[in-house]
Ligand binder design. Structure first.
Ligand code: ADP
Ligand code: MG
Length: 331
């Protein structure tokens, strides 16, 4: 769980701070009619640095596991403005350039650095490439391919599982190269945000690093992935999902998030009691099927605001994260 600081606007209008970290993974929410404590593997409060989040969330281990051939995924989840993009990329996403201070770099750039250090220390036996997609309104767009954005088909095969056809994967060997891919892709995502205001919070962005270790001698080669998912703002999930009323709009615009919540709820049940998991209900859940409940290893960072005004969204995110925490995979 990451609790961001109160923003200037929130402080100015006198919002109360209703979320407090109690240490040892406990987070306490207290407001007029609510008083609840939740337990997680780690809680980062407003004072936590980007580095502390990287080191304390298990992100470094995830990078190492991806090099060893596992499918690893990091999700940032939470309502719009809760700090998802900040956690993944740092404040540069807004300015379009790298932040002045390296201390503000997010989980993604820190992971790239860690990955490239490992790659260097192992000689040149790691082949690295990146792909970057966006899902909006159930359409998949390649954020790296040049020219006007086009929709890519999602297919399934016995050997590959679900995959995106004709998705561009760009090889890279340096930190500058991969950060520039991230910037390029995020800019393309941002441009569309100007055209349609709700776009950015209604689209999911998935950046995947493919890591192939070239076979040395008799060793078989290994292929791992490290996927970073910046999910769309979750605010509508509560309005529609938990009330059980699927309005037509939510059904088309926000189907992915609802499907994700549904899959997580079902996956959180004990294995014997599980029913069929409806991954096919949305593009997002199809793309993430393996990381959600299959052979992947997943870190979910739930971002919340400490403000009293965000109380109901915060509680909804904490409940969602508690369910996600009960999901087990078999890497
Ligand atoms: P989201 O991606 O969830 O919509 P953002 O990451 O864009 O939210 O964050 C919203 C605002 O809050 C941004 O201005 C961002 O810089 C700021 N912010 C978020 N998290 C933090 C943090 N941990 N420390 C300082 N500022 C933060
Ligand atoms: Mg964002």
């Amino acid at each position: 769980i990451r609790v961001r600081p109160l923003t200037c606007t929130e402080t100015r209008r006198g919002d109360q701070q209703v979320v407090h970290s109690l240490g040892d993974g406990a987070v306490h929410v207290s407001a007029a009619r609510h008083d609840a404590t939740f337990g997680f593997s780690a809680v980062f409060d407003a004072g936590a640095s980007q580095e502390a989040v990287f080191e304390g969330s298990g992100m470094r281990q995830l990078v190492e596991l991806a090099i060893d051939g596992f499918s690893c995924t990091v999700f940032a989840f939470g309502q719009t403005g809760s700090g998802k993009t900040y956690t993944l990329m740092g404040p540069f996403a807004q300015s379009g350039t790298q932040p002045a201070s390296p201390a503000l770099l997010g989980l993604m750039q820190r992971s790239f650095t860690c990955l490239l250090e490992q790659s260097r220390s192992r000689g040149s036996d790691l082949a690295l490439s990146a792909s970057y997609l966006e899902i909006y309104n159930e359409q998949i767009r390649d954020l790296l391919s040049p020219g006007p954005p086009c929709t890519l088909p999602l297919r399934w095969s016995k050997t590959r599982g679900f995959y995106v056809e004709n998705q561009l994967s760009v090889e890279f060997e340096s930190l500058e190269a991969v950060v520039s891919l991230l910037l390029q892709g995020s800019q393309r995502r941002r441009t569309s945000a100007h055209a349609l205001n709700r776009h950015s919070s209604r689209s999911h962005a998935l950046l995947t690093i493919h890591i192939r270790s070239r076979a040395a001698g008799a060793c078989p080669s290994k292929q791992g992935t490290l996927c970073f998912v910046d999910l769309a703002g979750s605010e509508r999930v509560k309005e529609t999902g938990s009330s059980g009323e699927l309005s037509l709009e939510a059904n088309s615009i926000n189907r992915s998030l609802l499907a994700l919540g549904h899959c997580i709820s079902l996956l959180a049940k004990p294995r014997g009691k599980r029913t069929h998991i409806p991954y096919r209900d949305s593009k997002l859940t199809r793309l993430l099927a393996r990381s959600l409940g299959g052979s992947g290893i997943t870190l979910m960072v739930a971002c919340i605001s400490p403000s009293s005004r965000c109380l109901s969204e915060t509680l909804s995110t904490l409940h969602y994260a508690s369910r996600a925490r009960r999901v087990t995979t078999r890497p």
